[in-house]
Design a protein around this ligand. Structure first.
Ligand code: 5GP
Ligand code: MN
Length: 334
């Protein structure tokens, strides 16, 4: 793993003490990797009597609530949790590279004296962070956390629940081992995790087969009624309005997976899924090969992510969104 901090061992040993208050924070709209990695670290530190809490800027999807200690996760509320951030001595940033990814929580995180530690696999981690454990080669932040636990010499405390959290993060961020999982090391880690007795088929089932009926109907509607194919530029997009989301009782996590579906159409290399929010349009992007949607999103959609999976937002009305998106994709790729 690439470690972008000199003397990290001494620095960690000096701060990771039982009397310190530790806070683990994930990104807005936390996904399987963010929650899996955060809970793995949380469960491990808690088992060793560290004073640790875990906080997410927004609600987690139902299909991750079975993970060990998911009930302990604090969902950030400005009226209740500012002191939780202020009082922390160490804050772990899990599965994101910059405070801006925590949205409503960002200003409070920026204004603390705490030692900040990034555990991530996105490009360009914020260099002003005290300690950075980040590697874009890794499948997931969960894989980074696995290595981090070993760096601390805490691997002897990994148990079945912690192994399940790490496995969930790797499984979800690699889309069930279909992307970002070509390094043999990822599978060696998975083999090690299986040795703790986790039931991978059961974990797969809990994560992937746990949606509402309405969510599946939203998937069908998105593909049948809303998907537009622009074959000449190898692009597909699906835009869903607020009213349409209400029909399908849209909940956090319900969009997961839909954006990947147009890539199954021969010749489609870039896929975009967008939903209308109160003040902006939230965008998800996926691509194949060298089509870099991280850079596309950085340039036109106020976002970022990875080369083949990124997100962002645009501050346009729903009616203006489609032509802006189409023009942006054309300008960037043609
Ligand atoms: P998703 O489409 O699943 O929400 O996100 C895909 C990837 O893009 C993830 O790696 C996520 O961290 C990143 N991402 C999603 N939304 C944003 C955003 O608004 N800004 C940035 N910088 N990255 C994002
Ligand atoms: Mn991730």
């Amino acid at each position: 793993m690439k470690i972008l901090t000199e003397n990290f061992k001494e620095k960690l040993e000096a701060i990771l003490l039982k009397e310190k208050e530790i806070l683990i924070v994930g990104h807005y709209n936390p996904d399987g990797d963010c929650i899996g990695a955060s809970l793995a670290l949380y469960n491990l530190l808690k088992s060793q009597d560290f004073n640790v809490s875990v906080l997410m800027p927004s609600e987690l999807p139902d299909f991750l609530k079975h993970l060990s200690s998911a009930d302990d996760i604090i969902i950030f509320d400005e009226t209740k949790h500012i002191s939780k951030i202020k009082n922390a001595d160490i804050i772990f940033y899990v599965d994101f590279n910059d405070e801006s990814r925590t949205e409503n929580t960002a200003t409070y995180l920026k204004n603390t004296e705490a030692v900040k530690v990034i555990l991530d696999h996105h490009p360009e981690p914020n260099e002003n962070t005290d300690l950075i454990f980040s590697d874009t080669e890794m499948s997931s932040a969960s894989e980074v956390v696995y290595h981090f636990i070993h760096l601390l010499g805490f691997e002897k405390y990994i148990d079945k629940d912690i192994a399940a959290c790490i496995f969930t993060g790797i499984m979800t961020d690699t889309l069930n081992f279909s992307v970002n999982s070509s390094r043999p090391e990822t599978f060696r880690i998975v083999a090690d995790l299986l040795s703790y007795g986790i039931d991978k088929d059961e974990i797969y089932d809990k994560v992937n087969n746990n949606f509402s009926e309405k969510r599946l109907r939203l998937v069908g509607y998105s593909v049948y009624k809303k998907m537009k194919i622009y074959a000449d530029i190898n692009f597909a997009c699906i835009l869903i309005s607020k009213e349409e989301l209400e029909i399908f009782d849209f909940k956090p996590g319900d969009h997961e997976g839909i954006v990947n579906m147009p890539l199954s159409v021969s010749g489609i290399n870039i896929s975009l899924f967008a939903i209308e929010k109160d003040d902006f349009i939230k965008i998800s992007l996926r691509s194949k090969g060298n089509f870099d949607v991280n850079r596309l999103s950085g340039k036109y959609f106020n976002g970022g992510g990875h080369k083949n999976a990124a997100g962002g937002k645009i501050y346009k009305s729903f009616n203006e969104a489609e032509s802006y998106i189409l023009n942006s994709v054309k300008k960037f790729f043609i």
